[in-house]
Design a protein around this ligand. Structure first.
Ligand code: TYM
Length: 329
């Protein structure tokens, strides 16, 4: 049996990128594996939420998780900060993480570029905390989107380094997982790049029908194909990629054919895409709104999840302490 773990930062609502990049695969794996899914609220502190915002985001992300089909009876669904053992492993792993390699990660370099006035140490050691999240349960499969590939590579590096340093075969090397397929990158609606939380280019699972229509109708396109079978530009390919996720193969082929023969009308493509996204999102949104109101249920789920996660995490910490040499007299 595999140990599967995935997580999401509690900065904002779940969007289609989160769902198709990580959550969907995780849901498929719940029945046959030892599964952990958590809300990374420590990670969200790098952006300084107010106490109210922090609490409300954690609560709404938990409701969103549950609304998508994550099952608290099958998986441990928990809040990262409820499992203090993670912070101890983070500290221990930090001793073997080199500043140079952390500075070279793409996401850190991006932050240095985009927010030069706030390059905090939490950002630098972000991949170490992620490795601690994964290794604390000795997870070997991690369903994530393409953007997390480098963080997973770092987690493997830290696992191997620990094993090598203490001459043990203790931590497995966690692999990003998408059923043997390439990792997913869900595009945004602004013509280039991925769907993200900060870029304002995303469709959220809580978006209502009107908001979805408006966003899709405003999506960036180009001036249209001018000759038969001309190459597809990035903004249009992005719309096709979204269609691949939410529409039927027939619908996708219909519009691709129209594109190839230069008969496509982007307005029609967008209308269809918007309706297919709405059909996908609406039932989930309905669940979210219901679950969000049920604070008692959310509390119960978080408590149950924390208990399961702490049980596994404290076993790991005990063993790691022993390996490192923290022993009783
Ligand atoms: P976060 O919160 O940015 O994203 C959560 C998950 O959603 C995936 N994702 C995407 N996948 C495809 N296309 C997109 N446009 C897209 N946008 C987001 C991400 O790849 C991720 O799987 N650091 C992590 C949270 C985390 C974590 C972990 C994940 C902390 N510890 C341990 C896995 C294991 C993060 O910020 O993800």
């Amino acid at each position: 049996m595999d140990t599967v773990l995935s997580g999401i930062r509690s900065t904002g609502n779940l969007h289609l990128g989160n769902y198709f990049g990580a959550v969907k695969n995780f849901i498929k794996m719940q029945d046959e594996n030892n599964c952990y899914f958590f809300i990374a609220d420590y990670h969200s502190l790098t952006t300084y939420p107010t106490p109210e915002n922090l609490h409300n985001s954690v609560k709404s992300v938990l409701a969103e998780y549950l609304a998508t089909g994550l099952d608290p009876e099958k998986s441990a669904i928990y809040v990262q900060s409820d499992v203090r053992e993670i912070t101890e492993l983070y500290l221990l792993l930090n001793m073997n993480a080199y500043v140079g390699e952390l500075e070279r990660t793409t996401s850190f370099k991006d932050k240095v570029r985009t927010q030069p006035n706030n390059v905090n140490a939490g950002l630098l050691t972000y991949p170490v905390l992620m490795a601690a999240d994964i290794l604390i349960h000795k997870a070997n499969k991690v369903p994530v989107g393409k953007d997390q590939e480098q963080n997973l590579e770092m987690a493997r590096k830290f696992a191997k380094r620990f094993n090598h340093m203490y001459k043990v075969d203790y931590f497995p090397e966690p692999q990003p997982y998408n059923f043997g397929e390439n990792l997913v990158k869900v595009p945004g609606l602004d013509g280039s790049g991925k769907m993200g939380k900060t870029a304002g280019n995303g469709i959220y699972l809580v978006d209502d029908d009107k908001a979805i229509r408006k966003k899709v109708m405003r999506a960036v396109t180009d001036s249209g194909p001018t000759e038969m079978n001309s190459p597809i530009s990035e903004p249009i390919q992005n719309l096709f990629t979204l269609m691949e996720l939410v529409s039927t193969p027939d619908t996708l082929n219909f519009f691709k054919e129209k594109y190839a023969t230069c008969e496509i009308r982007y307005g029609d493509l967008k209308k269809q895409l918007a309706e297919d996204i709405i059909n996908f999102v609406a039932p989930i949104r309905k669940n979210i709104l219901e679950i969000q109101e049920d604070t008692e249920y959310l509390r119960k789920v978080a408590k149950m999840g924390a208990e399961k996660a702490i049980e596994s995490a404290s076993k790991t910490i005990k063993e790691v302490r022993e390996i490192i040499g923290f022993r009783e007299f």
